[in-house]
Design a protein. Structure first.
Length: 336
């Protein structure tokens, strides 16, 4: 039974039986993520006071300029997960290849891999707009006792055992699912504890917000252009409200609470889409479905896409179920 205002630690213990292959490892893994999130949150909140803002002078594997906080968040999450010897491997949007973690006594006995976007929306750091962390957890498929393999990371989203995000905003929240609904916990900075503030989160049945970078309109496929025109029509319950922050975590979080759709389609400049399947789309899709929403690549379920590479990109439509199905209708009429 969900009890509002219980701590994240209490919630994990109370719901331990719901975790797949319940052994305590997944609970410890989520506890490690909450610890790393607190450390990163501390740095995000003092970003304007210390030399932690601005570009780090490097580019990541995506060819994007790394921000100093990108590097810091990546290091802290990897360090926390590695030191606690809970996972057998980590893949990060900021790193070209995955990291193998041998575990205690070099025995490779840990069972889970983590894929993460350590600081989503980092281009917003310098202008004091909300950023976030996204994580996805899978049970390894390579033999226990051997080093983790690429196949452990290239699993479709429907194999996830847990996924979540942390949004560093006016308050800091950790939202996650293990396949039994979605719950949100807010950090009390005075006590350093996470409290259940948003139990059993659900998308409203009707949505009225659409979130897309309309500056790319001219580069969108015809189906997407037609859907945007549909959103803007003065008819029935429309026009919808346009809201776009430029941080997937922030846009998704608002739309799950208020009712809306986020989408980043293919463009003539990015024919495969921009968002990463493994680090962004699959975890957010898992959360969306558990909250009564839907996630699609425009034509089919995102979590059924078979990954072929770590940094694979896909078009992404995610949010209120009815709104996602409507955009799929427009895409089906204009499959080119």
């Amino acid at each position: 039974m969900v009890k509002k205002n219980q701590t994240l630690g209490e919630f994990i213990i109370e719901n331990q039986a719901e975790f797949p292959f319940s052994s305590g490892e997944l609970s410890r893994l989520i506890n490690s993520i909450r610890l790393a999130a607190k450390v990163v949150n501390h740095e995000v909140n003092k970003a304007g006071l210390v030399d932690i803002t601005g570009a780090a002078g490097e580019t990541n594997v995506q060819g994007e300029d790394q921000q100093k906080l990108d590097v810091y968040a990546n290091e802290k999450f990897i360090q926390t997960l590695t030191n606690r010897e809970i996972v057998c491997g980590i893949a990060s949007e900021e790193s070209e290849d995955f990291i193998t973690i041998s575990g205690q006594n070099n025995d490779h006995k840990n069972k889970y891999v983590v894929l993460m976007d350590p600081l989503d929306g980092s281009s917003n750091i310098n202008v004091n707009v909300s950023v976030g962390t996204i994580f996805s957890i899978y049970r390894r498929i390579s033999p226990i006792g051997t080093p983790v393999q690429m196949e452990d990371f290239l699993q479709p989203g429907n194999k996830q055992v847990a996924a979540g995000y942390i949004v560093y905003g006016t308050s800091t929240m950790l939202v996650y699912t293990t396949g039994h609904g979605v719950n949100g916990f807010t950090l009390n900075p005075a006590l350093g504890s996470w409290y259940l503030s948003h139990p059993d989160m659900k998308f409203p049945e009707k949505g009225s917000i659409y979130s897309v970078n309309e500056g790319n309109y001219v580069h969108f496929p015809k189906g997407v252009k037609n859907y945007i025109k549909y959103c803007q029509e003065e008819k029935e319950d429309r026009p919808y409200t346009s809201r776009y922050i430029g941080s997937l975590v922030s846009d998704f979080h608002r739309n799950m609470i208020k009712g809306g759709i986020y989408f980043y389609p293919t463009t003539s400049h990015a024919p495969q889409g921009k968002l990463r399947l493994l680090y962004e789309c699959n975890p957010m899709a898992f959360i969306a479905e558990q909250a009564g929403g839907k996630a699609s690549n425009g034509f089919s379920r995102v979590m059924d896409v078979e990954p072929t590479e770590l940094h694979q990109r896909v078009p992404f439509f995610c949010g209120n179920k009815e709104m996602v199905e409507k955009v799929e209708e427009f895409m089906a009429k204009n499959p080119e």
